[in-house]
Design a protein around this ligand. Structure first.
Ligand code: CMC
Length: 430
């Protein structure tokens, strides 16, 4: 029984609802019994006031610009940790000991290869297919290759599926890239770290030696950390909803990838760089600021604004620092797009429209310039987001499956269509 109660008055009747408190963050009003007692649903399109689940994984304070994974601030994880350590943390709830970390790295590394037949599967795609389309299809197809880890009632199979996806996602993403540019696939090299191995699979060719630049590998790893999880965003909620029906984890992650692709979500990194390229020079910024403010123009500043952050996205600050490091290491410190981005941010942050609406740069604003400097085409940007977010999706999916309260997700609606009416024969319709 909760101590705090909320009372809702409807049709002269008082309905008492429990108010539950988390460890930090806003309270929630438990409306579960509402329909039983009142016959009414709640209505919240876009879930602006709705907590869809209970979770112990990630916490965001959007007003303060805070992001915690299992309690640890993103700044500390990005500065001091590595991506596989963050994966362990998200999956198991605690940072690993040295022995646990070595064992986890080894377990993930053992799964980096994909079934050899998958390379034939790739040749069914058109060469000009968007790599995200290839990701949706190929990750969905994993359940056709790994039947021995699709029984969601078996904790061992759940963990094997989780490790497989974390391990194979870089291999599949690199294959999508190689297929896109017409180069042969490069097999994983298990003596390299997670991010270095990914860069090697993307940029090595069989005809010459490729040495991964450690500064770029560290930057890639940090970019993965920044994207690892973000509580109940659209793609994570998609994974949870797909998983609530008992669908296998590979299918659920494919659903998450499909949702991530949209430009309002993960697709914003590609859209943000395309926007910066379209603006091109600093003198054209006012024109685009005016377009973004014009109610009759659908244009939005991509990489700006967030449903939860009403302050600077903490990931954007770390991304900006990473951008400087990558541009320096690749000799692009005078990248004209960086100048456009910095100036755009400056102008937008001093403009009353953006200030009043609390629109700040989000993680996608600086990621495009950074990923381009790393050597990726814009079409790969959202693929990299999907690769990194896989662990978050998996951790959230596993938490849901293990939750004894878990039931199939089944929202209701406010029906505004035609009331019941009788069928009219074709000849009698006017
Ligand atoms: N440029 C111009 N105006 C904006 C922008 C923008 N980027 N974002 C929001 N607004 C305005 C919007 O027009 C609305 O104005 P009004 O109240 O006058 O109608 C107000 O701000 C609130 O916008 P909203 O669409 O109701 O806010 P939302 O919470 O539903 O949408 C968002 C959040 C991220 C989809 C939106 O800010 C946006 O479209 N941003 C650009 C795309 C983007 O960068 N997405 C990446 C998000 S971070 C990575 C991730 O987690 O996926």
């Amino acid at each position: 029984m909760a101590d705090k109660k909320a009372v809702l008055k409807i049709d002269g009747k008082d309905i008492e609802l429990d108010v539950r408190s988390g460890s930090i963050g806003p309270d929630v009003i438990d409306i579960n019994p509402l329909y039983k007692h009142s016959g009414a649903f709640t209505y919240d399109p876009g879930f602006t006031s709705t907590a869809s689940c209970e979770s112990k994984i990630t916490y965001i304070d959007g007003d303060e610009g805070v992001l915690l994974h299992r309690g640890y601030p993103i700044e500390q994880l990005a500065e001091k940790g590595d991506f596989l350590e963050v994966c362990y943390l998200l999956l198991y709830g605690e940072l690993p000991t040295a022995a646990q970390k070595a064992d986890f790295d080894n377990r993930v590394t053992r799964h980096t290869m994909v079934h050899e037949q998958m390379s034939k599967f790739f040749s069914g795609y058109r060469r000009d297919a968007h790599p995200m389309a290839v990701m949706v299809g190929t990750v969905g197809a994993l359940s056709a290759f790994y039947h021995d880890s699709t029984d969601i009632t078996d904790p061992h199979q759940r963990m094997v599926a989780s490790l497989r996806m974390i391990a194979k996602m870089p291999t599949i993403a690199a294959m999508a890239y190689k297929y896109h540019i017409g180069q042969p696939f490069v097999y994983p090299k298990n003596d390299l770290g997670y991010a270095a191995n990914f860069l090697h699979m993307c940029f090595a060719v069989p005809c010459e030696e490729y040495k991964v630049n450690p500064v770029l590998a560290r930057a890639m790893d940090r970019i993965f950390i920044l994207h690892a999880d973000h509580e109940q965003n659209a793609s994570t909620s998609t994974v949870r909803l797909a998983g609530s029906s008992g669908a296998n984890p590979f299918a659920c992650i494919a659903a998450g990838i499909a949702c991530l692709w949209g430009p309002a979500h993960g697709g914003a990194n590609e859209a943000a760089l395309n926007m910066l390229m379209e603006i091109g020079t600093v003198d054209r910024i006012p024109e685009y600021i005016a377009k973004a403010k014009d109610k009759n123009d659908p244009f939005r500043l991509m990489g700006f604004g967030h449903r939860v952050y009403k302050n600077y996205d903490p990931r954007a600050r770390i991304m900006q620092k990473t951008m400087y490091e990558v541009l320096e290491a690749t000799g692009r410190h005078n990248d004209p797009l960086m100048q456009v981005a910095l100036e755009l941010e400056k102008i937008a942050l001093s403009d009353p429209y953006f200030k009043d609406k609390k629109l700040y740069p989000n993680v996608d604003f600086y990621s495009g310039i950074t990923l381009r400097a790393l050597g990726f085409p814009t079409t790969m940007f959202t693929v990299l987001f999907a690769l990194a977010r896989t662990v978050g999706w998996i951790a959230q999916w596993a938490e849901m499956i293990e939750d004894p309260q878990q039931r199939i997700g089944r929202p209701r609606q406010l029906y505004t269509g035609a009331p019941k009416r009788d069928y009219v024969k074709l000849d009698d319709r006017g």
